[in-house]
Design a protein around this ligand. Structure first.
Ligand code: ADP
Length: 476
């Protein structure tokens, strides 16, 4: 087996705030059949230390960005983990990125630059007879590793995967030394960005290859509309930039055996019991229209303010909606108010993995009206569970759903609905169309069947990653 090191700030099932964690947790198993053995380097937050327990100490230092640190090697929950135990950086209560005041920790740049530095150190000196050929870096938290690798003289190839370009990792220029960055990299061709240090940009300009999580998002990233200020840097790396779709864990997300649901099913008809349970769980009355769900962070990105405006189109036709999410206070409150105001709307504020499984099992449709969406996972769960996805035509949502236009229906290939532009009006039209399609039971069942057959696992994408690794590997 060839060796690679995956470096990230989150990993399922140890610590998760978003889809990044799902992907990082899934990659090792996905790449194994391709001949690559992946170790995963993670920060030792309390939640990670609790699950991983005490591993074998394999490395230590007296000063890692301001305090002592050691690496614990542990194999647990099917993962081969290196955990960076650095209490001065990671031993904090609460969120992994935010302090008790809800603001980013002031030293987030140091906290994650340290992670990237240790990754580069490992790829240079190895551990015993283990030396990774490839460093797979995820998002800004790992993005500076190629700079450290160059300083340390390591030979590993580097792949930076961008899961969400909205998060940059910004530090004042005065922190150059503290971040162990070379002053000559502080230029517009380097990690400098409007007079500050931009860690994601640092990775974009220096990694050997760059990927993001869907082909459409890879194109979008090079445009001002979606590039979040890094479109120029990304456009200049276009030849090295690819889009590889995320997959989902089709064992955990399997409607015939899902441990989190009590009524399993193989066909759309088999969903009836789960649907009745879901109506009861969300206190929604039975009605003629589709039972729709949303499982999401509640942020502007996800377009759930647009959905609030478009709700009449759905509920006036007997459609119902069950929402599970948390995030921006204003949006949480707006959904709770909608929930109070209409018997066909029911919102739960919180994060609940088990409930999310029951929702996909019972739903007729899942709604994903994102303004931008690098890949998106909930439309993939929807496909797998016959909850027809209605999605915005953007990013990975554009790449994973075959829209039910007349031709696709006639060909028998449609799996969901797409709307564009991403506005309340276009969404409302799409919801009306959803209700029309739902009313035609033959067409609807066909949509569900196609959805459930659509491949959503990792096979194709794992091969694509392995091809990139092979191009980067030191023994290539
Ligand atoms: P993002 O990473 O932008 O949040 P994704 O769709 O890529 O969006 O991934 C979100 C992941 O988090 C999915 O696995 C989704 O099911 C899960 N998720 C989001 N909100 C909740 C919630 N409130 N309860 C349970 N799972 C959630």
């Amino acid at each position: 087996m060839r060796q690679a090191l995956s470096v990230a700030s989150e990993c399922v099932p140890l610590i998760k705030t978003g889809g990044l964690a799902d992907v990082v947790g899934a990659l090792p198993a996905a790449l194994k059949p391709e001949g690559w053995s992946l170790r995963t380097l993670l920060p030792g937050y309390p939640a990670v230390m609790r699950v991983a327990g005490q591993g074998k100490k394999v490395w230590s230092t007296v000063d890692l960005f301001g305090g002592p640190a050691q690496l614990q090697h542990v194999r647990v929950v099917g993962l081969d983990l290196l955990i960076l135990d650095a209490p001065h950086l990671y031993d904090r209560d609460g969120s992994i990125y935010l302090g008790p005041n809800g603001q980013d920790y002031q030293d987030n740049p140091e906290r994650f630059a340290a992670l990237a530095w240790v990754a580069a150190q490992l790829a240079t000196n190895g551990l015993g007879n283990w030396l990774p050929e490839v460093l797979h870096l995820h998002d800004w938290q790992a993005a500076l590793a190629p700079w450290y690798l160059k300083e340390l003289g390591g030979a590993a190839g580097t792949l930076l995967t961008i899961h969400n370009v909205a998060f940059h990792g910004i530090a004042p220029a005065a922190r150059l030394n503290a971040l162990r960055l070379p002053p000559d990299g502080f230029t517009s061709e380097g990690f400098e960005y409007w007079g500050q240090i931009n860690m994601l940009k640092g990775g974009i300009v220096s990694a050997d290859k760059i990927s993001t999580v869907s082909p459409t998002y890879a194109r979008e990233l090079t445009t001002p509309e979606f590039g979040m200020g890094l479109d120029g840097a990304l456009a200049s790396r276009q030849a090295d930039l690819t889009g590889i779709l995320n997959g989902i864990d089709i064992e955990t997300w399997n409607p015939t055996s899902d441990a989190a649901i009590s009524t399993h099913f193989r066909t759309p008809r088999g969903k009836a019991k789960a649907k009745a349970k879901l109506e009861a769980e969300f206190d929604l009355p039975a009605a003629d229209g589709p039972l729709c769900i949303v499982v999401s962070r509640l942020t502007t990105q996800k377009g759930l303010d647009l959905l609030l405006n478009a709700l009449p189109a759905l509920v006036d036709r007997g459609g119902r909606i069950a929402l599970l999410g948390s995030g921006d206070r204003d949006l949480e409150n707006a959904w709770l108010r909608a929930s109070d105001a209409h018997p066909f709307v029911s919102a739960r504020i919180g994060y609940d993995e088990g409930l999310s499984h029951r929702m996909f099992a019972g739903a007729d449709a899942v709604l994903v009206p994102s303004r931008f969406e690098p890949c998106g996972l909930t439309q993939l769960y929807g496909l797998r569970y016959g909850a027809v996805p209605l999605v915005a035509l953007t990013g990975g949502l554009a790449d994973t759903v075959i829209a039910a236009n007349a031709a696709a229906i006639a060909e028998g290939v449609a799996t969901g609905l797409q709307f564009h532009p991403v506005t309340s009006d276009a969404l409302a039209h799409s919801l009306l169309r959803l209700c029309d399609l739902f009313a035609d039971k033959d067409v609807w069942t066909r949509l569900q069947r196609n959805a459930m057959k659509h491949p959503v696992g990792w096979d194709t994408s794992a091969r694509a990653y392995a091809r990139i690794y092979e191009g980067l590997g030191t023994s290539s």
